[in-house]
Design a protein around this ligand. Sequence first.
Ligand code: UDB
Ligand code: ZN
Length: 183
Amino acid sequence: MLTMKDIVREGNPVLREVAEEVSLPASAEDKKILQDMLDFVINSQDPELAEKYELRAGVGVAAPQIGISKRMFAVHVTDEQDQLYSMGLFNPRIVSHSIEETHLEGGEGCLSVDRDVPGLVPRYSRITVKGTTLEGEEVSLRLRGLVAIVFQHELDHLNGIMFYDRIEGFKDKLKKELPHLKG
Ligand code: UDB
Ligand code: ZN
């Protein structure tokens, strides 16, 4: 069973790598890892298990966050219409997205980041994601709202991107604080 001890934290270079495609059909080993990741997010939302194993209630986890640089992630999250998205995906990719952007009102956090980083993280409002499920089925998912944000956050991990890389107003804020700096 995966616990917070298995979650790598910022500073570990694996979080900055571009992860490798998973060779399909997935090996028994890759399926086991992805299933363990899905079980981890499900367990983390169970109040008793979360307390017993000191788990942060997670909505998703990407393989680089357990030190494995492969393109796969697991999510367990309910959308605004009470529909549950509970799945592991191999080689997920955004095939189209809205121009419109959105953000979580309170900003974002991350299981790999043990500090608060304030600021709004711009995300596409709507995305279409293709990928292969744990069951080996190729799927195309049209997502919006919180679920779309979670998928984009996890996809970023596969490309070595942390949520705070996208926080708005960094340059403006820096300019205000250090006006002698040009550019
Ligand atoms: C999370 N959970 O799991 F808006 F019902 C975060 C942690 C880091 C705070 C545990 C979270 O944001 N839960 C949440 C948010 C809502 C409504 C709700 C529950 N992650 C997963 C992660 O780090 N994956 O790599 C961070 C999220 C920030 C935005 C999407 C993923
Ligand atoms: Zn994260």
